[in-house]
Design a binder for this molecule. Structure first.
Ligand code: GLU
Length: 484
């Protein structure tokens, strides 16, 4: 029996809630659920300038909306809290002290100016920028004196200058780095806050994290983490780096080229379950090759070693639209109506919504399309360009005659005509006058709905009723007479 996995996501609360956070959350939560473990949400707010409470709240809200809830976190608590790094400073200070005492870390008193000058020298010598070790081997007496004097400083990791470091990635196998290429990383900043590297390692250990699944951009940080784990005598969790989400041009996903804020998807009216399916599909494939699957299926079938390390998943919105449409069409009408109302569709339009939904379900990709597509059910369209009433290669006279001809047939129809009745009337008119049926329909479509792209027309007319149709036809005929 597999051991219960404790997994986590560790977003920084800077800016909008990112789809990349949800992407890694999907796999971490799936593994925790599959093994009967826990999924932890830790807030990495060590960047004091950029972290905001609003951003943290947005992370909570958006992940909850996606159904990616957590077992432990700043809001729900848990046995390994606090789960916000800014509330754990004492813990980091203790760890840094242990490392400095053991000599695996050291204080560095270089000023920002000195560091800038160092960079400049390296640049001129065409060397990669890195800390040059000024304080690495400074005499203990001097260091102690400066510490006593309260001089501003950071604490750096003492990285071995020689040899290499190897770690195992569960997806990629062994990865080796030359130690000489690894900088003496800052662990504790001048403001007393830890850097990502220190806090991340300490917390993953103290929070009992067994598996870290995160994006591949963090691979280059791992060698530093290896040294920190070693220095503290902590065992490492299993690491799995999933492929980075990409723009169409294969660059790292960015907001210039893709909507990356989860809020955007919420506002457009995507279905959270479709988004989760889409995100899962970007990093994972089921053995069956099936593309449409729910989260429970992923939980059942997820296996770290099926993650494809060389994939370069393109964040393709058309694919998401397709998936979302599939979910919309798979829903019962009742369930769909509920979801559209919950999205914010006006409650006083609920009855009408239920009437037109059967003909609209086929056509919606996202819920924000519903209102504009169906406004014509509630108000006579009046502000369209009358030229729209004139089909291609036809003139205004034709449009007027077609609408007039159809309007004249209405009184003879049943008081509540069906779509089939309207259709038969169009057919009869087109045959009698030797007109193209499509042209007659185009005039009618614009007259009745105000637009060329609409739900199926005769069914819409059935819902609208004969009087509304007649009124709209008369309005259109008047409009056609206006200028011409
Ligand atoms: N705070 C990092 C982030 O913003 C966490 C990376 C990790 O999962 O280790 O994504």
């Amino acid at each position: 029996m597999t051991q219960p996995a404790r997994t986590r996501i560790a977003p920084s609360p800077t800016g909008d809630p990112h789809v990349g956070t949800a992407y890694v959350a999907v796999f971490n939560k799936a593994l925790a659920m599959q093994t009967g473990g826990q999924f932890v949400l830790r807030i990495e707010d060590t960047d004091r300038e950029r972290s905001t409470a609003a951003s943290e709240a947005a992370i909570f809200r958006s992940l909850a909306w996606l159904g990616l809830g957590w077992d432990e976190g700043p809001d729900v608590g848990g046995p390994h809290g606090p789960y916000r790094q800014s509330e754990r400073l004492d813990i980091y200070h203790d760890h840094v002290k242990r490392m400095v005492d053991a000599g695996t870390a050291y204080p560095c008193f270089c000023t920002p100016d000195e560091l800038a000058a160092m960079r400049q020298r390296q640049k001129e010598a065409k060397q990669p920028p890195r800390y040059d070790g000024t304080w690495r081997d400074a005499p203990k007496a001097k260091v102690d004196e400066w510490l006593r004097a309260g001089k501003p400083h950071v604490v750096r990791l003492r990285v071995p200058n020689e040899g290499s470091t190897t770690f195992t990635d569960e997806v990629r196998g062994a990865i080796t780095f030359e130690n000489a290429n690894i900088d003496d990383q800052v662990l504790l900043k001048g403001d007393g806050f830890p850097t990502y590297h220190l806090a991340n390692v300490v917390d993953d250990h103290l929070m009992g994290i067994t598996h870290v699944i995160r994006a591949e951009e963090w691979i280059s940080s791992v060698p530093k983490h290896v040294f920190i784990y070693d220095a503290l005598g902590y065992p490492m969790p299993k690491l799995a780096h999933v492929p980075l989400l990409r723009n169409k041009d294969k660059s790292k996903i960015s907001k210039r080229k893709n909507p990356v804020s989860i809020d955007w998807y919420t506002e457009k009216g995507y279905l959270p379950e479709a988004i989760v399916n889409f995100l899962a599909l970007l990093g994972y494939s089921l053995e069956s090759g099936e593309e449409i699957f729910d989260f429970a299926t992923l939980v059942e079938q997820f296996s770290i070693d099926r993650i494809n390390p060389s994939a370069a998943p393109v964040f393709n919105l058309e694919k998401l639209d397709w998936l979302n449409g599939e979910y919309v069409r798979a829903m019962s009408l009742d369930a769909l109506a509920e979801r559209i109302l919950a999205f914010g569709y006006p409650a006083d339009r609920a009855d009408m919504l239920r009437r037109f939904l059967p003909i609209v379900q086929e056509r919606i990709k996202t819920f924000d399309e519903v209102a504009p597509m169906t406004d014509f059910f509630f108000a006579d369209p009046t502000d369209y360009d009358p030229e729209l009433l004139v089909p291609k290669k036809c003139d205004r006279a034709f449009a007027r005659e077609a609408l007039r001809g159809f309007a004249d047939r209405l009184p003879a129809l049943d008081a509540a005509p069906t779509g089939a009745d309207y259709e038969a009337a169009v057919d009869a008119l087109a045959t009698e006058r030797e007109w193209k049926r499509g042209n007659v329909f185009m005039c009618l479509r614009v007259a009745v709905t105000g637009s060329k792209q609409t739900p199926p027309l005769v069914e819409s007319m059935e819902i609208l009723g004969r009087d509304a149709v007649a009124r709209r036809l008369e309005h259109a005929i008047t409009r056609l007479g206006e200028t011409a």
